[in-house]
Design a protein around this ligand. Sequence first.
Ligand code: GLP
Length: 243
Amino acid sequence: MKLIVTESYEESSRLLADMFEEVVAEKADAVLGLATGSSPIGLYRCLVQDFEAGKVDFSKVHTINLDEYEGLGRSHEQSFGYFMDQHFFSRVNIKKENIMLIDGAGKPEEQIRRYDEFLEKNPIDILVLGIGNNGHIGFNEPDRVFQAGTHLVELEEDTIKANARFFEKESDVPKRAVTMGMKGIVNAGKVVLIASGKAKAKAIHELFQDDIIDPMLPCSILKVCREAVVVVDRELYEQAENE
Ligand code: GLP
């Protein structure tokens, strides 16, 4: 696991975009693993800019997202599907049929089966991850064990609180979500985690403090990924050092 410290969130985002574009340049039909939340917004902004400048072509690319709230269909403004449409899909030339999303309004068992079948046949080439304040990745919450396959999770109180900022009120945040499990993440060719903001300092500090893989710190699974890069800006790096 490699740590890269940049001078700013913008620099981190640019770095990630370059990594994604390098993969697509090498493999036009690459499978891109995508995340939501505020952390990857800068990455999507850079990818859209480069697409508009003719520097990257997504016409053969496939995408798969990490997770979705239970009960929220793609047209719901707080769904991750809607987020992806707004920030990325509607702005580039990714084909609709090449987009893999969990349908939050669909039956979880069906979504889980569909996702795991896809991942079995189409391992991710490059995957972007954000990180929850508690170290979660996707919606793999701290737990006694890791779960390998796509699964339904009960969200932690802290996660619900942290994500309430996107909803009108905290009680509107769904209590459960469907998330890709650790198998899809570990099988990715390259995993890039982007973190910014002092709320992430504790998790980043814990991630680098030892060589242990602990399901109570879900992001620690990155230590067994083939190629994992953690990108943080200097401000967060210094905060994490002082934890
Ligand atoms: C959600 C998502 C995660 C994301 C996390 C952090 O819980 N399921 O994939 O990493 O939020 O979000 P942010 O980047 O907004 O801090």
